[in-house]
Design a protein around this ligand. Structure first.
Ligand SMILES: Cc1ncc(COP(=O)(O)O)c(C=O)c1O
Length: 494
């Protein structure tokens, strides 16, 4: 196929060129009815191609013309049998993968630190989770990926598992041994689903980790918007091989699509694919070199550390994406949150994410040399103006974590009810301290490390309550619960 073509972007341009007089959605009628201030800012062109799925513009739910061709081009570019354009991110991709691979009540193996959209997938699909603990890195206070050994053990212990689902790479750019995991899954006769939200660029450069499809995944999702040039909300779902029936997959994809998709988003996937297929190698050459240079310069700053190749081979670290830069600031006496805040306020630099010890910077094909220099400058100034560690952190979170270690996570509690059943059951709030023995109806995730300690359908154990009390006392934030201070917890009504 001709990867220089952008069939979907082209039909939108043709529609505009033909001067059609619109009597169809969206109601702003190619910008004429749009609020003038907004229109002036975003420009006429983007509104002119904000169209609906009328004749000639194909149908994302039943693609037969230009969208079909654009998706086939994407499949060829990524080495997939089929690719699907998604407009609700990898969030919908996770949900689709689970519903396509398993029936209600069947078991799926998944890492305990999966993205929250995977929990949404469990709730929607009615699938039973068998959690796998990812490898934890105590020195970096970070969790990595699951290993093939963990997957093998899980499949042996739970012969009923119908699919293996893993996350690779992690937010921090650590990649799993996907080839090893695919072999284990396939030996057991089950498909491998990969949340590769953070790896849409992997396929296009040999110095990046092997992409999930090449490693043998049966389904994978890519948040094209995260690391490539398409617009927010866009993602691709790729399918390869016979293990996931394509008719089932197509039917599930349809459930997750709007009948009024934003065609600007769809076209942005088409052009992002062309960009990667035709110039990906060269663009990523520059990006990787720039990222490596930034990492080197940051590591030259006293007490600033950005991990790199030296991590390879640690448990759960099979490979690394050099374009993710984790700036570890704990030796400066700052939390990652504080560093993020200072970088933003003083140097107008905004990181992607912060946790207790790190701020994370993404380097992509859109990162300029000027931006790179600004990041290095901001961090070097931050290091120069540091505060001594002993006057820091009135709540004691940092010191506590440093002195006691972070990761004595409690055992995963018994799953006594499907997440879907617990989520939909009548629930009530009970005092957290008196909740032992009850069935949890929400997700409780101390952050960091971001690994859920309780999920819907799990029995609340004494060990979990004691652990969470320690975390709360240390000032750790809880993600997920309705009562974020966890004085009460939502449980299934008895
Ligand atoms: C590992 C992982 N999977 C899935 C998602 C959801 O992706 P999206 O924001 O494209 O819906 C995220 C978002 O950060 C993520 O980190």
């Amino acid at each position: 196929m001709d990867q220089n073509r952008t069939p979907y972007f082209d039909v939108l341009l043709d529609y505009v060129d033909s001067g059609v007089i619109p009597f169809h959605t969206p109601g702003h009628m190619q910008g004429h009815g749009m609020d003038p201030a907004f229109r002036e800012f975003v420009g006429d062109n983007v509104l002119a191609i904000d169209l609906t799925q009328i004749r000639g513009l194909d149908d994302l739910l039943q693609p037969e013309e230009a969208i079909d061709e654009a998706q086939k081009l994407a499949a060829e570019a990524y080495g997939a049998d089929h690719s699907f354009f998604l407009i609700n991110g990898s969030t919908s991709g996770n949900q689709i993968m689970m519903m396509a691979a398993c029936n209600p009540g069947e078991e799926i193996a998944l890492p305990r630190n999966s993205h929250k959209s995977a929990m949404g997938g469990l709730i929607m699909s009615g699938v039973r989770p068998v959690y796998m603990q990812p490898e934890v890195d105590e020195s970096l206070h970070m969790d990595h990926t699951v290993t093939p050994e963990t997957v093998r053990r899980t499949l042996r212990e739970h012969p009923g598992i119908r699919a293996v689902y893993v996350v690779s790479p992690t937010y921090y750019g650590v990649a799993a041994d996907l080839r090893g995991i695919a072999e284990v899954a396939h030996e057991h006769g089950v498909p491998l689903l990969v949340d590769e939200a953070w790896g849409p660029h992997f396929h296009f450069h040999p110095d990046l980790p092997m992409d999930a499809l090449e490693a043998g995944a049966d389904l994978c999702i890519n948040s094209t918007h995260k690391m490539l040039g398409s617009m927010s909300q866009t993602a691709m779902l790729h399918h390869r091989g016979p293990r996931i029936p394509i008719d089932r997959l197509k039917a599930v994809v349809k459930l997750f699509l709007s009948t009024s998709p934003n065609l600007v988003l769809v076209a942005s996937l088409d052009v992002a694919r062309r960009q990667m297929a035709t110039q990906g190698r060269a663009l990523l050459d520059t990006t990787i070199a720039r990222a490596n240079d930034i990492r080197k310069r940051l590591n030259e700053i006293d007490r600033v550390y950005c991990f790199g190749e030296e991590l390879r081979g640690r448990p759960g670290v099979f490979d690394l994406d050099p374009t993710k830069i984790t700036i570890t600031v704990k030796e400066l006496g700052y939390t990652g949150y504080e560093a993020e805040e200072i970088l933003r306020r003083r140097y107008n630099v905004q990181c992607e994410l912060a946790d207790l010890f790190n701020s994370l910077a993404l380097i992509t094909i859109g990162t300029t040399q000027q931006a790179a220099d600004r990041l290095v400058y901001g961090v070097s100034e931050l290091a120069r103006e540091d505060r001594p560690i002993d006057v820091f952190s009135p709540s004691g979170v940092l010191e506590r974590r440093l002195s006691t270690g972070t990761y004595n996570l409690p055992k995963i509690p018994p799953v006594v009810m499907l997440p879907r059943e617990a989520f939909l059951a009548p629930t009530e709030f009970v005092p957290f301290k008196q909740s032992v023995g009850r069935i949890c109806a929400e997700v409780i995730t101390p952050y960091p490390p971001g690994i859920p300690v309780l999920s819907p359908g799990e029995e609340i154990t004494r060990e979990v309550v004691d652990y969470l009390k320690l975390e709360l006392d240390a000032g750790v934030r809880m993600q997920g619960p309705y009562d974020s201070e966890l004085r009460s917890i939502r449980v299934v009504k008895q």
